[in-house]
Design a protein around this ligand. Structure first.
Ligand code: UDP
Length: 232
């Protein structure tokens, strides 16, 4: 078991997080987020009529979530064409957000959420989910709660929060993307690779829940700062 993490963090310490809402004037809602080296922009458009119409659900609205990595956001140039990973992340993150947004208020409509990753070092899907929920709130979209996400897992014999890329590549690595509605602790995303014992899994989930509450405070502070600035 290694005692210290490669970047000097405690086992359950998150990388520094910065969230700035309302960064794109043309969008209905938006956010810029930095999470360690990860940097991203989210833009929300809608709710608007779903086109083509045959994709619309007459009972409820839909979220169209698009996650894309810029070619320069990874060490090896990324092909700008969406790959299987972009499509998978778009699907699972969009579904996670759908648990929070009151979609029944928007039958036949769609909310587009675009995430562009500008720089990355593991954990981009949970960071994207966290930023998107701020951008949706910034757009005034009604939600049950914010969605708050963190990655937890295992590397070098330790159960840790917020794995960086080096830790994700450890021989015993387990990377678990976790998201919940912080009020009810309803889990809306849980993806994991690798193997954890039952005890390790319980410990990881406990850390994930604690860390989500920490991230929620930052989301709320970011949104409050926007409304405070509007009042001044
Ligand atoms: N990554 C990369 N090239 C790619 C895709 C991903 O270098 O084509 C890196 C990127 O830094 C990303 C990390 O691998 O954050 C981990 O990717 P994973 O699929 O585990 O998703 P994430 O942890 O970002 O949610």
């Amino acid at each position: 078991m290694v005692k210290k993490r490669v970047d000097g963090r405690e086992m359950n310490e998150l990388r520094p997080i910065k969230i700035v809402p309302s960064v794109i004037e043309r969008a209905d809602g938006s956010a810029y987020l930095e999470w360690g080296q990860n940097k991203m922009i989210v833009a929300v458009y809608g709710p608007k009529e779903m086109l083509p119409k045959h994709l619309a659900d007459s009972q409820r609205g839909k979220i169209n979530f698009i996650y894309r990595m810029a070619p320069f956001s990874v060490p090896e140039r990324k092909n700008p064409k969406p790959g299987r990973r972009d499509i998978e992340i778009s699907k699972v993150v969009g579904e996670a957000l759908s648990h929070a947004v009151l979609l029944e208020e928007f039958p036949g409509m769609v909310i587009d959420v675009y995430v562009q990753i500008l720089d990355s070092n593991a954990g981009t899907r949970v960071a994207a989910l966290t930023a998107s929920s701020v951008a949706l709130a910034d757009a005034g979209i009604p939600m049950k709660d914010l969605v708050t996400a963190v990655a937890v897992g295992k590397a070098n014999g330790n159960i840790i929060a917020d794995l960086n890329k080096y830790e994700e590549d450890a021989e015993d690595a387990v990377d678990m993307a976790f998201a919940m509605l912080p009020g009810s602790e309803e889990i809306v995303l849980l993806q994991a690779d690798g193997i954890l014992s039952e005890d390790e899994f319980d410990k990881a989930i406990k850390i994930a829940k604690e860390k989500c509450q920490e991230v929620k405070k930052l989301q709320i502070e970011a949104l409050k700062s926007k409304f405070k600035a509007l009042k001044e």
